[in-house]
Design a protein around this ligand. Structure first.
Ligand code: FAD
Ligand code: EPU
Length: 349
């Protein structure tokens, strides 16, 4: 029997917010899901947040704990087609471990996504991205269990609706439980095309003394950059970037740039839009290093203005209030709406 049940169990979250679910259910096997949803989880509606599908808790702000949390802890990794670079990993596999496994086994393509916290199962939910690569570009198919029909389904990458920090899954939280993800990778480290253009990668490789890098070197460079730029959740609670970089019409981006020459601007979703740096907007409003809330422990990292931090005793509600204050100040000063990236559990944005 692979199903484990824990009453009044802590809901793990890298913010370090104290939250307990009435019941935490863990299973190592996706095959247990139909039975669970036909039985004790039958009444839980995907609309109400009665049940939270929990991965590693690295993209959650828990304001009110869910009644039930469900964690799929399956751990297989399999090469399905070595020649074509098709590799499949179960939902419970830790993301960074999987990235390093692919590189050790001669598959390239995920190196720019090294050291992102969390699980394989959560990777398609917000289409994780970093250093010029989004995981949707490397996904072949996503296997899910769908709660409404109670059936296993499979979506190819096209059907997942991947966009910047977005997918079809993100719009219906907890409806589809990702059971495994299949990736299409480059089958050889020697011939893989590398993505080195994101700011900092080439300089980092140069400082490592590497002139002709392979994918493993890129993973090491990205790891070094991330360790320096972002606060470590093991040291201070955080969920990475708290806000998405806002996408605005070209005319609005041009007008802001004319007034603020140092504002970083990146390509948007299409020719009519641009992406602005939320970190720069928040920094300009003076939030970096801020600390407050009732506990005095809800703050903004002094390393990176886009990262909200919990210095110890901050509650989810305090962090949410801080996030709303930051968003309101950015809107008042620049006329730009910034939206949270993590899932807010038990409250509305
Ligand atoms: P959780 O936080 O547990 O859940 C996130 C969402 O996915 C929830 O809605 C949850 O219900 C859902 N979910 C989880 N597992 C499943 C499943 N099996 N099936 C269906 N739904 C599921 N993100 C980036 O994109 N790029 C970055 O560079 C990045 N850097 C980060 C740095 C730090 C220090 C931290 C703390 C976070 C960072 N993140 C980044 C955010 C986070 O790592 C990702 O969103 C990650 O994919 C979350 O995985 P998780 O397993 O922790 O998911
Ligand atoms: N900046 C500031 N102040 C700061 C930090 C940054 O002004 O305190 C400016 C700098 O000018 C910098 C620019 O913001 O050039 C961009 O900063 P960075 O390269 O750190 O990227 P980001 O846009 O802040 C995004 C992702 C990260 C991802 C990195 C690297 C989003 C919301 N965030 O951050 O993802 O790791 O790029 O690709 O898209 C996450 O999603 O949790 C996350 C950490």
């Amino acid at each position: 029997m692979s199903v484990r049940r824990f009453e009044r169990a802590p809901v793990r979250n890298t913010f370090g917010v104290d939250a307990r679910a009435g019941l935490l259910i863990e299973t190592d096997h996706a095959d247990d899901l139909p039975g669970l949803f036909a039985g004790e989880l039958a009444g839980t509606s995907p609309q109400a947040s009665e049940l939270l599908i929990l991965g590693g808790g690295s993209n959650l702000l828990i304001v009110e704990a869910p009644a039930v949390a469900l964690h799929l802890d399956s751990q297989r990794i399999e090469v399905l087609d070595a020649q074509n670079g098709i590799v499949r990993a179960d939902a419970g596999v830790e993301w960074h471990r999987f990235v390093m496994w692919t590189l050790e086994h001669g598959f390239a393509g995920l190196e720019n996504l090294a050291l992102i916290p969390g699980t394989v199962g959560a990777s398609p939910i917000q289409n994780i991205g970093a250093y010029g690569v989004e995981v949707g570009e490397r996904i072949h198919a996503v296997d899910v269990f769908e709660r409404i029909s109670g059936a296993f389904q499979r979506f190819d990458a096209q059907a997942c609706g991947f966009a910047y920090r977005d997918s079809m899954f993100k719009h219906a939280p907890d409806r589809w439980l990702v059971t495994a993800v299949e990736f299409k990778l480059a089958p050889s480290l020697e011939t893989a095309a590398l993505k080195l253009d994101y700011a900092g990668i080439r300089d980092e490789l140069a400082s490592m003394g590497i002139a002709t890098p392979d994918a493993r070197d890129v993973a090491e460079a990205v790891t070094g950059l991330r360790r320096r730029k972002l606060p470590d959740p093991a040291v201070v609670g955080n969920a990475g970037s708290f806000f998405k970089n806002p996408i605005v019409p070209v005319a609005q981006a041009d007008a802001l740039k004319a007034e603020h020459a140092t504002l970083p601007i990146f390509p948007g979703n299409n020719a009519a839009t641009r992406k602005l740096s939320a970190a720069w907007l928040i920094d300009a409003c003076g939030w970096k290093g801020h600390r407050g809330g009732g506990s005095g422990d809800a703050g903004v990292s002094d390393k990176h203005a886009l990262v909200l931090v919990n210095h110890g005793r901050a509650t989810g509600a305090e962090l949410l209030t801080l996030a709303r204050d930051i968003s309101a100040s950015v809107h008042a000063r620049f006329g730009v709406a910034i939206e949270p990236e993590p899932r807010i559990v038990g409250a509305r944005w």
